[in-house]
Design a protein around this ligand. Structure first.
Ligand code: FAD
Length: 307
């Protein structure tokens, strides 16, 4: 068995692997796609000490760093079940294999919910964005739209209004669902237009980049088009925990509940990164959380009598 078995090979899993391996303990990482969300990212400008890089380059660097240590990387393997046991915890894979660990670190990340309208896939990273903290500054002085009027959409619109020229917030329901204090703040901003009861129908572009958004007024059926340079989709970040339902404590949003040490509700099972209840989903935060989880797993190992 592994001393530390890590499920998920994004920034959190990579950091956990490096921290575990540096303790000289048997470490394995199983990942559906080593690199994680970073593989879908273009510019990264907020990983401290790296002024500017691109996602695939960052993912390669993660993998190189992990490979500098004695870590088993099992890529393109999906975990389907977690089976806690007395001494060993099992992870069952889609290919039928079973891996065992004295401790397990879950770092399966999350995914942004797509709006699934024409133009979204085509213009991803070409004007279509999901993370205001990451990509907001790329739209400085430009016009953008935010799709989604829940807390994340309204927070994004407030955040972006301070950077961009103008924000059009589009909400499907008749009212914004965000907290009243956020809605008040949003309504006080001069460069924000709020459109409710509106269904986004298309993200338009010139073949190279986004040039606008179309939505249908749900009351009148009329389709409107707004010219702009960016669209932030803010209709939810879904943690990759479908395979864990019923095995350990999840929040109402499906995130793995952890304490300050990354401990989950199952002894010996730790979690890190976007898949957890950690506030703010960012690379630098996931990396720190991965280190925390690995150190906690090591601490657990030296305190347990199992050999
Ligand atoms: P992830 O990166 O999601 O990695 C999860 C890993 O788990 C992957 O290897 C995945 O294949 C694997 N996995 C999932 N399910 C299973 C399973 N069942 N079995 C096995 N493996 C599984 N953050 C920034 O700080 N700066 C940015 O500029 C930035 N830009 C972004 C741009 C985009 C388009 C996106 C989508 C995100 C961006 N982020 C950015 C957010 C950042 O990518 C995440 O916060 C970070 O990747 C989280 O790391 P993680 O390791 O927790 O999860």
């Amino acid at each position: 068995p592994y001393d530390v078995l890590i499920v998920g090979g994004g920034p959190a899993g990579a950091a956990a692997a490096i921290y575990a391996a540096r303790k000289g303990i048997r470490t394995g990482v199983v990942a559906e796609r080593f690199g994680g969300q970073v593989l879908d990212t273009l510019a990264i400008e907020n990983f401290i000490s790296v002024q500017e890089t691109e996602g695939p380059q960052f993912a390669t660097a993660l993998e190189q760093h992990v490979k500098a240590y004695d870590v088993d990387i099992m890529n393109v393997q999906r975990a389907e079940a977690l089976v806690p046991g007395d001494k060993l915890i099992e992870v069952k894979l889609a290919n039928g294999g079973v891996l065992k660990g004295k401790t397990v670190i879950l770092s399966t990340g999350a995914r942004w919910r797509n709006v699934n309208v024409p133009g979204e896939q085509e213009y991803k990273n070409k004007g279509v964005a999901y993370c205001p903290h990451c990509d907001g500054p790329l739209f400085k002085g430009k016009r953008v739209s935010v799709i989604g009027g829940g807390n994340s959409g309204v927070e994004a619109a407030i955040d972006l209004a301070g950077i961009v020229a103008h924000v059009t917030l589009i909400e499907f329901a008749a009212e914004l669902k965000a907290d009243a204090v956020l809605v008040r703040k949003l309504k006080s901003l001069p460069n924000v237009t709020i459109v409710t009861s509106a269904q986004t129908t298309e993200i338009t572009g010139d073949g190279q980049r986004v040039n606008g958004i179309s939505y249908k007024e749900r009351d009148t059926g009329e389709v409107k088009h707004v010219a702009l340079e960016g669209v932030f989709v803010q209709i939810g970040l879904v943690p990759n925990t479908e395979w864990l339902k019923g095995t350990l404590a999840l929040s109402k949003h499906g995130e793995i509940e952890i304490d300050a040490k990354g401990q989950t509700s199952i002894p010996g099972v730790f979690a890190a990164g976007d898949v957890t209840t950690v506030p703010y989903k960012q690379i630098v935060i996931a990396v720190g959380a991965g280190a925390t989880a690995a150190l906690s797993a090591f601490d657990h190992l030296i305190r347990s009598s199992a050999d």
